[in-house]
Design a protein around this ligand. Structure first.
Ligand code: DGL
Length: 254
């Protein structure tokens, strides 16, 4: 399971509940964080190379790209490069949002990378033709979530500024769903709720991604007994004490 940082842990915690008998290797590509500002071709190349090494070393039954910024860019390239490996991606939950909205006003909160992707535009065109979808890019919410998870503190004014463009009012109708289209954001959702100008449904796709992964895995008996502890790998090298503790809290050895 891979993300640029701690965001994918929001998916890991759901996956653990559904697959307590599986072994997880969590990869935080912190040397590449944040993915949100990367140039597309360079990030795609990095992800294909990184997954190549991880697959060779850990021989997983399945790979979960627990990152919207990476999935909307590189899922096709990853599947083409490693055709025998099942990949589960994390892409903005635009379809469920379009099905659930009552006001017809949906906002998608994501990194600048996810907002500019053709993949995201195609999802809107395919599933949300009858809604008005407001794409909101945030340059710093993922970093705020990283800090919050490590130090337990977040600048609420910065969270407020980040979510503010999500809230739109037109002809008496208001945004009623905000799609959390970056896996870091669910860690901040309580602060988002607190700072929101009115209540909305904050859509977190983590459970759906974990269920998708479960549905693609062979039954535990067919896979054999997983060997070893759950691991966290950080591409930036040995983690500091705070990060090590955080990973331990999620059941991962470093
Ligand atoms: N967690 C990542 C996502 O889901 C992105 C954070 C970053 O910018 O690296 O999009």
């Amino acid at each position: 399971m891979l993300d640029s940082g701690v965001g994918g842990l929001t998916v890991l915690r759901e996956a653990r509940v559904l697959m307590p008998d599986r072994r997880f290797v969590y990869v935080a590509d912190d040397a590449g964080f944040p993915y949100g500002g990367w140039e597309e071709a360079a990030l795609r190349e990095r992800l294909v190379e990184l997954f190549g090494k991880l697959i060779a070393e850990h021989r997983p039954a399945i790979c979960v790209v627990a990152c919207n910024t990476a999935s909307t860019l590189a899922l096709d390239a990853l599947r083409a490069a490693y055709p025998d490996m099942p990949f589960v991606g994390t892409v903005p939950a635009i379809k469920p949002a379009a099905e659930r909205t009552r006001s017809g006003l949906v906002s998608v909160l994501a990194t600048p990378g996810t907002v500019k992707r053709q993949y995201t535009r195609d999802l809107i065109e395919k599933w949300a033709g009858r809604c008005s979808v407001n794409l909101v890019a945030s340059v710093n919410l993922a970093s705020l979530a990283e800090d919050y998870m490590r130090h337990g503190f977040v600048d609420e004014a910065a969270v407020k500024a980040g979510i503010e463009p999500c809230f739109i009012e037109v002809d008496g109708r208001r945004t009623d769903i905000v799609v959390l289209a970056c896996t870091h954001y669910p860690f901040l959702v309580n602060r988002m709720r607190k700072m929101a100008p009115w209540p909305v449904d904050w859509l977190d796709p983590a459970e759906a991604i974990a269920r998708r992964a479960l549905s693609l895995l062979p039954a535990p008996g067919e896979l054999g007994q997983p060997q070893g502890r759950d691991l966290a790998i950080l591409t930036g090298g040995a983690p500091d004490a705070v990060t090590r503790r955080l990973m331990q809290g999620f059941g991962l050895s470093t």
